[in-house]
Design a binder for this molecule. Structure first.
Ligand SMILES: [Mg+2]
Length: 261
């Protein structure tokens, strides 16, 4: 078997829940770095910029460079640029809007819906009015783009609706599938692998969601590890057709996996 060189970590439910780091996260990442492994952080969560994620990790004692952080917000900005979509109506938070602006995309405010695309991510100030305008913009010809379709995400002591819940509202009204940037789409994964110049056989994905992290790995033919500190219960795991290559109770157990050494 090929030696594993790159580990791609999901963050919510793997490294932390809310603002609390999960057991063993810091120590495990440090040990992997000492072994000379490449580390990447890949999140579907579009609410913060890469710089904010770096700061969040630093608060937990986890060192990361911005170049190791890949988010659906950043990926969406890259995608829009690639497709020459210059004006966007955004249902999402400031982190997403910032990443788009940094890429040279014009983020418009209500009631302007004369746009090239509608971008939807988690928006904790989501309103029916925003839904109406997004709906009108797409019906007028704008592309419908989802940063992610996560149903839920885990906080310290509870699980709350994710960006996918908001995407679904618009998808249902339009009866139209969005273009998906986040996992399980391979768009971000290909960028990560290209950045580190490794092969798929040398890469491992570590995540807590079966329908994003694990499914993306299966689609790409990349090895996967499921951690049980996030949204997936053992019962869901046994009922799922997505089978990870390894299952660990928490990220701290990762170093015990023989084929990862
Ligand atoms: Mg997660």
């Amino acid at each position: 078997m090929e030696k594993m060189k790159l580990l791609i970590f999901d963050m919510d439910g793997v490294i932390y829940r809310g603002n609390s780091p999960l057991p063993g996260a810091k120590e495990t990442l440090e040990a992997l770095r000492r072994q000379g492994k490449f580390i990447a952080f890949l999140t579907n969560n579009s609410t913060m910029t890469r710089f904010q994620y770096r700061r969040k990790l630093a608060h937990m004692g986890i060192k990361a460079s911005v170049k190791e952080i890949f988010t659906s917000a950043w990926g969406t900005a890259l995608f829009l640029k690639e497709k020459n979509l210059k004006r966007a109506f955004v249902i999402g938070e400031e982190g997403l809007k910032k990443e788009l602006r940094w890429a040279g995309i014009e983020v418009v405010s209500l009631p302007d819906i004369d746009v090239d695309c509608v971008v939807v991510g988690l928006d904790r100030k989501f309103t029916y009015k925003k839904l109406c305008y997004a709906f009108k913009a797409v019906r007028k010809g704008a592309q419908f783009i989802a940063t992610n379709k996560d149903w839920t995400f885990p906080l310290e002591n509870e699980i709350v609706p994710g960006g996918g819940a908001i995407v679904s509202a618009l998808q249902f009204a339009l009866n139209q599938e969005p273009i998906l940037i986040g996992k399980p789409s391979l768009f971000l994964l290909e960028l990560v692998i290209k950045h580190f110049k490794v092969s798929k056989g040398e890469t491992v994905i570590v995540g807590d969601r079966l329908d994003t992290d694990i499914e993306m790995g299966l689609r790409a033919g990349i090895k996967t590890v499921l951690v049980l500190t996030g949204v997936t219960t053992e019962e869901e795991l046994s009922n799922s057709t997505f089978k990870p290559d390894a299952i660990v109770k928490n990220i701290g157990e990762l170093l015990q996996i023989e084929w990862l050494k």
